[in-house]
Design a protein around this ligand. Structure first.
Ligand code: SF4
Ligand code: SF4
Length: 216
């Protein structure tokens, strides 16, 4: 049977921790992949079910699958065997593997995780702002020629549509550049939307008030 194997020299946890968050077999109290003291991702082989999904999500191509001879039962099976153990008196050689000890985050791991989260937050904010700015410019050009007296454009609703698009498209962009969005809550998405709205509003009103650029 196969299990995931991390090539430590390639693993760059400071930039992602993606496999740790991603592994579908991981449970909060029993992670299949965790960040070890050496700040590298580490697989608990007894819990890995060999699905291979983590191989595809590692940006550093640090995860490979390897065959192991005496692969113990996956976690679910292990728990089942454990429950049955008292009545069946399992022989030592057939005994269920002990579940991996609950992993407690060390200060170094915490620091690496915080750093990774911070980098991701900065990237997400930058994307929201750049999209907002571009949406503001697009709104200015697409909303029609500005009235010379009132300063109003005839189709402001187009600007709103552009703003909505700039907000909605962020999820897709994050997925394309492989930013983990599984942990993003309503607050995070609200923040993304707000930053896009703020920069959109600023750039559009700035264009309107200065009218430096010609209309199309
Ligand atoms: S996804 Fe790859 S680079 Fe990122 S922590 Fe896991 S093994 Fe390391
Ligand atoms: S192979 Fe599957 S179960 Fe094993 S660590 Fe990777 S994602 Fe998790």
């Amino acid at each position: 049977m196969q299990v995931a194997y991390i090539r430590k020299e390639k693993c760059n946890t400071a930039m992602c921790n993606r496999c740790v968050k991603f592994c579908p077999a991981s449970r909060k109290d029993m992670p299949v992949i965790y960040i070890g003291r050496n700040k590298k991702a580490t697989v608990v082989e007894e819990l890995c079910n060999g699905c291979g999904k983590c191989v595809r999500i590692c940006p550093e191509k640090a995860i490979e699958m390897k065959f192991i001879k005496d692969k113990a039962a996956p976690a679910a099976e292990a728990e089942e065997v454990k429950q049955e153990a008292p009545s069946k008196q399992t022989a030592p050689s057939q005994a269920a593997p002990a579940p991996a000890p609950k992993h407690k985050e060390t200060p170094e791991e915490k620091k690496a995780r915080k750093k990774s989260e911070h980098v991701n937050r900065v990237i997400r904010t930058a994307i929201a702002c750049v999209l907002g700015m571009l949406a503001g410019l697009a709104s200015f050009y697409l909303a029609g020629p500005m009235d010379a007296v009132t300063g109003v454009q005839p189709m402001p609703v187009i600007g709103l549509l552009v703003l909505v698009l700039a907000i909605v498209i962020q999820k897709t962009i994050f997925m394309i550049i492989r930013i983990d969005i599984s942990k993003l809550g309503k607050k995070d998405w609200f923040y993304q939307g707000f930053m896009t709205f703020a920069t959109w509003f600023l750039s559009w009103t700035m264009m309107l008030s200065t009218s430096f650029l010609p209309h199309v």
